[in-house]
Design a binder for this molecule. Structure first.
Ligand code: 13P
Ligand code: SF4
Length: 351
């Protein structure tokens, strides 16, 4: 049997065609029929193997549709995946997402085996700050709590007081400021997320200069261009975008916040100002909605493919490990965030 992502593709047989026909229907709207023979043998092999191995696949909303809809057991934004990692009974977790997400799963489930199909699946935000950087911030702001975005390494989480995601950042900032009795916090490493949070709270925020290389590319001019080329389009944006983009959007929220908005409001025409695969995943479900699709791909998320997921299960690689002492301190930051309560997607900024 083929065991690596680089080997010859698995063959598509009439039996596989029959047995995967129901799964294909879920993605038929966004995966052309001519592509299905490439994906189907992997979909079938992965689904059989994960049942045999008592494994779960946790997939981020940016995974491609054949992963998101065809092999994932749980899908969601960073907060939902962290919650799922904390409560799953499965002995083996395959993280279809980037490295910091796999580390978060390991931090929350140290007794489980966590695999990442490609360890090079990084993140420009996570790469923008180190534990040493955080240690150097402490003497500069001795009385202020340090909040870290979840898009960081375990080492950075271990040095910070609490973690947050894009769906709970305002609540976390307000909660930690109240607990410390301060009106200011340090928030690392995403400058734009920090600025967007500062727009929604009285707590002052000192930030870092990290950026998401996918979302920093969007501009206010892009949003105006979507509105003039696609009249009536509803604009949903991720808070990792620059504040000028959020100011032009109809709604800002985490990836799942945006999906929730589409499901609730059923706009006739919508643009998701975020990573490209998300539109495909949502369009597969809401076939009557027209999606305007700017295509900014996250090169790290796109390293995760079906052949690599299969190889990961077959070879039990690449196992994610976190030094137990670091994990214990990082867990305190993540658990403190989980205790703050459920996701609080941002309300509509316009309209
Ligand atoms: P979410 O938590 O909104 O899914 O964001 C994760 C991410 O990496 C966005 O770029
Ligand atoms: Fe990191 Fe941006 Fe990719 Fe999300 S989209 S994983 S923040 S580089």
């Amino acid at each position: 049997m083929t065991t690596t992502g680089n080997s010859d593709p698995l063959p598509f047989t009439p039996q596989i065609a029959r047995e995967t026909a129901d799964v294909y229907r879920k993605v038929a709207h966004v995966v052309p029929e001519i592509e299905w023979p490439v994906h189907a043998p992997y979909v079938q092999a992965i689904n059989a193997l994960k049942r045999e191995m008592n494994a779960v696949i946790l997939a981020h909303n940016y995974m491609t549709p054949e992963i998101f809809h065809c092999v994932a057991d749980f899908v969601g934004d960073s907060l939902q995946l962290a919650r799922e990692a904390a409560k799953t009974d499965a002995a083996l977790i395959v993280q279809a997402g980037v490295h910091f997400m796999a580390e978060t799963s390991k931090i929350l489930s140290p007794e489980k085996t966590v695999l990442i199909p490609d360890p090079q699946a990084g993140c420009s935000l996570a790469a923008s700050i180190t534990a040493t950087d955080v240690r150097l911030l402490r003497p500069k702001y001795p009385r202020l709590p340090i909040v870290t975005y979840v898009n960081t390494s375990a080492d950075v989480k271990a040095e910070c007081d609490v973690c947050c995601t894009s769906s709970n950042a305002v609540a976390v900032v307000e909660d930690i400021a109240r607990e410390w009795g301060v009106d200011e916090v340090v928030m690392v490493p995403d400058e734009f997320l920090a600025q967007n949070v500062a727009e929604q709270t009285a707590v002052k925020i000192i930030t870092w200069k990290g950026h998401c290389e996918v979302h920093e590319r969007f501009t206010a001019a892009d949003i105006r261009a979507f509105r003039s080329s696609s009249p009536g389009v509803v604009v949903l944006a991720h808070p990792e975008c620059p504040p000028e983009v959020i100011a032009e959007a109809d709604f800002a929220g985490s990836t799942s916040g945006m999906i929730g908005y589409v499901g609730k409001h059923r706009p006739h025409r919508v643009v998701l100002v975020t990573e490209c695969s998300m539109s495909d995943n949502v369009a597969a479900e809401y076939r009557d909605i027209e999606f305007v699709r700017p295509c900014n791909l996250c090169p790290y998320m796109k390293r995760i493919t079906l052949p690599k997921i299969l190889h990961s299960l077959q070879s039990l690689t690449v196992e994610v490990t976190v030094d137990p002492a670091v994990a214990a301190r990082a867990r305190a930051s993540v658990e403190r965030m989980l205790a703050v309560g459920s996701a609080r997607p941002r309300a509509s900024v316009a309209a």
